[in-house]
Design a protein around this ligand. Structure first.
Ligand code: FES
Length: 125
């Protein structure tokens, strides 16, 4: 499957809001997101590893004040924004599901994989 364009590069500000899009997992639909952390674009499935609920504390808002950690709005699990690793709280060592994303020519792309596919009705929410 070809890479999919997610959004323009300038939609992602360092340490700022993420850009959400729709994906399909083996157990149904979900949202996912891309964001910019430490000048690198990262992407994750928008599901906490504690309970499979969305992470954002406001729509598209994932990072704490430092701009480095993704904090789950439900019970406060903390994840490294660059790796998705659990850094503390109820995630109990379990990481976020990372996506293969890249930045080329002013655009952000996602390479789908078997476990995370584009939503059949389109990825835009
Ligand atoms: S659901 Fe995310 S910390 Fe509990």
């Amino acid at each position: 499957m070809n890479k999919i364009e997610i959004c323009p590069s300038d939609a992602l500000v360092e340490g700022g809001a993420g850009h959400r899009f729709r994906v399909m997992l083996s157990d149904g639909e979900s949202s996912a997101f891309v964001l910019r952390v430490n000048n690198t674009v990262k992407g994750y499935v928008n599901r906490c590893s504690h309970v499979p609920v969305e992470l954002d504390w406001n729509y598209g808002q994932f990072l704490d004040d430092s701009g480095l950690y993704i904090v789950c709005a439900t019970h406060g699990a903390s994840y490294d924004g660059e790796s998705g690793a659990c850094m503390g709280g109820p995630c109990d060592g379990k990481p976020l599901k990372a996506l293969n994303v890249s930045e080329t020519d002013g655009k952000i792309f996602w390479q789908p994989e078997d476990a995370v596919l584009p939503h059949p009705e389109g990825i835009e929410e």
